[in-house]
Design a protein around this ligand. Structure first.
Ligand SMILES: [Zn+2]
Ligand SMILES: [Zn+2]
Ligand SMILES: [Zn+2]
Length: 180
């Protein structure tokens, strides 16, 4: 029997399935070498694994050693130009860039394959609507647990501790207060 001690909350990119890891790490992060030579056959319609134009370029999502993401999976950048694909804050911008197909959000560690697709699966196992690169799970085997930013995941704990502390204080003050 394989060990099942690892919980969803402890999942890290290193425990991802190889295919999922490839998408998380590399999907649309590099420019297509064939496109540069005018030889890519996946340009129209655009279905290439790599980016052709800068506004299709996706940054690789990383959860840093301190548990925080390099860019938010939820908060969109207000400076990113969707036409040119340029952000004045560049590669290190902490906000989500609305790339073609919203790939920074859909293929983020927080969201990629964490929900089941509403579309059918074809005979080859691909999504009938989104094709080979569908960011939603096609079957239970294709689901992965979301990876959270530590800043968000510890918040409920902080809130709980805070309210407990207050309750305890109230309790103590009631005990020490002389009865009037
Ligand atoms: Zn290409
Ligand atoms: Zn930005
Ligand atoms: Zn799908």
């Amino acid at each position: 029997m394989p060990s099942v001690s690892k919980t969803a909350a402890n999942a890290s990119p290193q425990t991802e399935k190889p295919t999922h890891y490839t998408y998380l790490k590399e999907f649309r992060t590099e420019q297509c070498p064939l496109f540069l030579q005018h030889k890519c056959t996946q340009h129209r319609p655009f279905t290439c694994f790599h980016w052709h134009f800068l506004n299709q370029r996706r940054r690789r999502p990383i959860r840093r050693r301190d548990g925080t993401f390099n860019y938010s999976p939820d908060v969109y950048c207000t400076k990113y130009d969707e036409t040119t694909g340029i952000c004045p804050d560049g590669e290190d911008c902490p906000y989500l860039h609305r790339t073609t197909g919203d790939t920074e959000r859909k293929y983020h560690l927080r969201y990629y394959k964490t929900g089941t697709c509403i579309h059918e699966t074809d005979a080859r196992g691909h999504c009938v609507k989104n094709g080979l690169h569908c960011a939603f799970a096609h079957g239970p085997h294709d689901l992965r647990p979301p990876v959270y930013d530590i800043r968000l995941s510890i918040m409920p704990l902080v809130t709980t501790l805070f309210s407990r502390y207050h309750a305890f204080n109230k309790h103590v003050s009631r005990l020490v207060k002389p009865v009037s």
